[in-house]
Write a protein that binds this ligand. Structure first.
Ligand code: ATP
Length: 251
């Protein structure tokens, strides 16, 4: 088996008396989509916050690409390639779609463009930004104002901004939330395309999407991982069905 890109060991987070992630351990192998599912309040978002570095765990360790990152902040983790897609908040509505993506490329690359001539500099930034937009099917909307995008298109732009970080592992927290049926179909198609080139850790409520996309699934219930396995094994696992999945839900 390929060496894990992410290894989570004994991760614990308490809010007062509530233990929100309780001795969480799992590993993510490179390539494809590893999903984390669980009922409301299971601790999925709290787990993503701990993985991305916005929340410090009380105990446990996170190793990313063979390196201990538990004590690192968000920016350092992102520079190592552990990137999270943020919702709407990081999209600048008054800037074009291309400018938003180019700003993300520039934020990642920092000073590496400084030594190029201004025109070449801008061309290189724009080319990389366009590649990210094309990867999420938003190339044709490059000139549009980000504020004029539909809900689904904004989700695509957030994905492009995350791709501009050149992630080795992309953390996605409910990328389909709030999307209508058509947008959901489109976003699933985009994620299907992305999983060929990226490793993705996906938290998502849409079970149809999860079972269509993921090659591995971890199930979180009351802060504990009760199973990590293939979709077929998860679907058949009596403990999973009892704890979370309705009998019909994944039939
Ligand atoms: N900052 C906080 N302070 C106190 N309690 C919190 C905090 N953040 C989350 N919680 C609680 O921790 C529990 C887990 O929340 P979390 O958002 O991680 O779950 P989730 O699995 O993502 O839920 P959902 O599927 O509804 O998004 C909930 O009971 C929530 O109220």
């Amino acid at each position: 088996m390929a060496e894990s890109i992410l290894e989570v060991q004994g991760l614990r987070k308490r809010f007062g008396a509530l233990t929100v992630t309780d001795d969480v351990s799992f590993a993510v192998a490179p390539g494809g989509i590893h999903a984390v599912i669980g009922p409301n309040g299971a601790g999925k978002t709290t787990l993503i916050h701990q993985l991305s570095g916005t929340l410090r765990p009380d105990a446990g360790s996170i190793r990313f690409a063979g390196q201990e990152v538990t004590g690192m902040g968000l920016a350092r983790r992102a520079r190592l390639g552990l990137a999270r897609s943020f919702q709407i908040t990081c999209v600048l509505p008054g800037f074009s779609v291309l400018e938003n993506a180019a700003l993300a490329v520039q934020a990642r690359s920092g000073s590496s463009f400084r030594f190029l001539r201004a025109a070449a500099d801008e061309r290189a930034l724009n080319e990389e930004a366009m590649a990210a937009l094309d990867a999420v099917g938003l190339g044709a909307r490059a000139a549009a104002l980000a504020g004029a995008l539909s809900h689904g298109e904004k989700r695509q732009l957030e994905l492009a901004i995350a791709l501009a970080m050149q992630p080795r592992l992309l953390l996605l927290d409910e990328p389909l939330a709030g999307a209508g049926p058509e947008e959901t179909e489109r976003l699933i198609g985009i994620l299907r395309g992305l999983k060929r080139s990226y490793t993705i850790l996906l938290v998502e409520h849409d079970m149809q999407a999860v079972f269509a996309l993921a090659h591995r699934i971890s199930v979180l219930v009351y802060g504990k991982v009760i199973a990590t396995d293939t979709p077929d094994a998860i679907r058949a696992d009596p403990a999973v069905r009892a704890a979370y999945l309705g009998e019909d839900e994944v039939a």
